[in-house]
Ligand binder design. Structure first.
Ligand code: NAI
Ligand code: MG
Length: 353
């Protein structure tokens, strides 16, 4: 009997469609000849859709997306500053709306410095860590408001929301992740000395959950110190668990030290499986290089590996990762087009069959 995976594909804008085609190519190559059937449905969402129709994410789209096993997203958004997109609000109205509606409470971003990849750090060491960023709370929930806007007496509030329930579920996920990795180390990153209310909640929950995971070594860093160590000694990290805002910032730094934006993959995960999880490269739609086959599809392809892992297809995920690692190690510095890279990785997977 075959296993059907229903996949909602959102190619998006700019280089999104280019990198997504390669990711889908690799997904097809790794499942070819097996009993896994990928049934993809394409959704046209993003800046182009907004310019066409004036809407960003309709309830009908959202309901349709919910019916799938997983989501693969390229990138959405137009050229920054484009006046026609001033009211599009794609970040909140599309990306954050998907994350919140689908309860993606784990934002998972692995950071691995693969052999053959230059790092901007002189001596990066053995970089292999994963950031588990909370995805549904913190200062990103839209709990705020403004009065007297545009006057000298303007007041603007943006309240960080942290619930025991929300913190515990992401902390538990991070401990389970650490426990399954060879080094079994978890670092809580926060700012408990200044953000004392939220910080105390996070620290207490980490302490409590730690009792259930005696095999995991627990560490704590203030977020400012964490930025120092990410540059001076990134090899010290294994699993980082942190809130929505700190995680957003730290993961860009993490991507930068481990080979850059063309390689950074991510998963917006609903571990309970109530809703589909969404996998995407960390980069945006890169309007500056769109349509020229200049984009590196590796981040999108590594996102497919995260997707396979999430669906319980660990063997297929490992094969995609291995194919990417081999491809990266063989890079000579000579420029290859987006499809050339995708083809090479897909071909090596077919050969392994
Ligand atoms: P960006 O990530 O699109 O581009 C930053 C720089 O990195 C550019 O020079 C670009 O050419 C380069 N770059 C990005 N991906 C690359 C790849 N795969 N291979 C080679 N080079 C790559 O960030 P930017 O310019 O700030 O944003 C452009 C648009 O993307 C905006 O509308 C922004 O809102 C949107 N965006 C969307 C995201 C998403 O869909 N999750 C995430 C980040 C930005
Ligand atoms: Mg970000």
């Amino acid at each position: 009997m075959s296993r059907v995976i229903t996949l909602a594909v959102i190619p998006g804008d700019g280089i999104g469609p280019e990198v997504v085609s390669e990711a889908v190519k690799v997904l097809e190559a790794v499942t070819a000849g097996s009993d896994i059937v990928v049934d993809s449905h394409y959704f046209s969402l993003g800046a182009a859709r907004f310019l066409d129709t004036g809407d960003v994410l309709s309830d009908v789209d959202l309901e349709a997306i919910k019916q799938h096993d997983a989501i693969l997203l390229g990138a959405v958004g137009g050229t920054p500053g484009d006046p026609r997109l001033a009211d599009a609000n794609i970040e909140r109205g599309l990306l954050l709306k998907l994350r919140f509606s689908l309860d993606h409470y784990v934002n998972l971003r692995p950071s691995v410095l693969y052999r053959g990849v230059p790092s901007p750090l002189a001596e990066p060491g053995d970089v292999d860590f994963v950031v588990v960023r909370e995805g549904t709370e913190g200062p990103y929930v839209g709990n705020g408001g403004t009065i007297r806007q545009g006057t000298q007496n303007e007041v603007a509030n943006e309240v960080s929301v942290n619930t025991a329930y929300g913190v515990e579920r992401v902390v538990r996920y991070a401990f389970a992740t650490a426990s399954a990795r060879p080094r079994k180390k978890l670092t809580l990153v926060h700012k408990t000395n200044v953000l004392v209310f939220a910080g105390s909640l996070w620290q207490r929950i980490v302490n409590e959950v730690a009792i259930e995971f005696p095999d995991v070594a627990v560490d704590y860093l203030h977020v400012d110190a964490a930025t120092i160590f990410l540059v001076t000694n990134p090899a010290r990290f294994d699993v980082i668990v942190t809130d929505n805002l700190f995680g957003d910032i730290l993961t860009d730094l993490a991507a930068a030290i481990s080979g850059g934006i063309g390689l950074a993959a991510s998963g917006n995960i609903n571990p309970d499986g109530r809703f589909p999880s969404m996998f995407e490269p960390v980069h945006g739609s890169a309007p500056d290089i769109a349509g020229k086959q200049l984009a590196d599809p590796t981040a999108a392809i590594l996102s497919v590996a995260l997707l396979l892992d999430h669906l319980g297809l660990a063997e297929q995920a490992a094969r995609v990762n291995a194919a990417v690692i081999a491809d990266i190690a063989a890079r000579t510095g000579e420029a290859r087009g987006t499809a050339e890279i995708g083809d090479a990785i897909a071909r090596s997977l077919s050969r392994n069959d």
